[in-house]
Design a protein around this ligand. Sequence first.
Ligand code: ADP
Ligand code: MG
Length: 237
Amino acid sequence: MSDVVLEGRGLAHSYGSTRVLDAVDVEVRAGEIVAVMGPSGSGKSTLLHLLAGLLRPDAGEVWLAGERLDTLGERRRSERRLAERGFVFQFGDLAPELTVEENVELPLRLTGVRPPTARARAHEMLDRLGIVEHASKRLSEVSGGQAQRAAVARALVHTPPVILADEPTGSLDTTTGELVLEAFVAAAREQGSAVVLVTHELRVASWASRDVLLRDGRIVGGSGRPALDEPLAEVTG
Ligand code: ADP
Ligand code: MG
């Protein structure tokens, strides 16, 4: 067997009668970062939601660690989500009434890590992302970029085997974005996480092991090292 951790086969999805993804195959191995690229509206976020088990495909299959995800019942799917994956979505779903550190501790607490250990690990991750000094602020009291880094910290803190991130550096300046990308690279290289990184920025994709290029819901290129040449550049931005 290969070390494919997450796989989508023949994925299709429509919203109403509009097909926005068609026949998409993607596989992600342990320890690699796959950048999903493409212009706005090409289906990147939809693909990520299918891989996350948050949406069901109209056709095709999603496999996570040898288990077929798309046919699991809702309850099992959400258990698998919690246990297996770190998510960073474009419009984060952190709890605004909790503090930054409480948000980051959540996945650890849910898996039975004791409070002092959870706090220490949360602070370590927040420090890495340059926001530990905001740890005790409520989420509603920090800036958008700080909240985004808190979402990254929460996704990475429990060393999940699969990390799915939708434009995780979207609202960050270059330096801060690099802190986030370094954290993804560390998760892949040091912990063997399989990372899917959705981005429309070439600069961000250049941190990935390889890329997949979507256009109008279909894969039109990618694989191998990121191709930092004109055909790719033409569809970004
Ligand atoms: P991307 O992330 O690449 O910008 P999306 O996956 O968000 O692309 O969207 C792909 C297409 O599906 C777009 O045309 C978008 O307008 C449409 N779409 C996305 N989400 C919905 C939805 N919830 N309902 C209807 N159409 C949607
Ligand atoms: Mg999107």
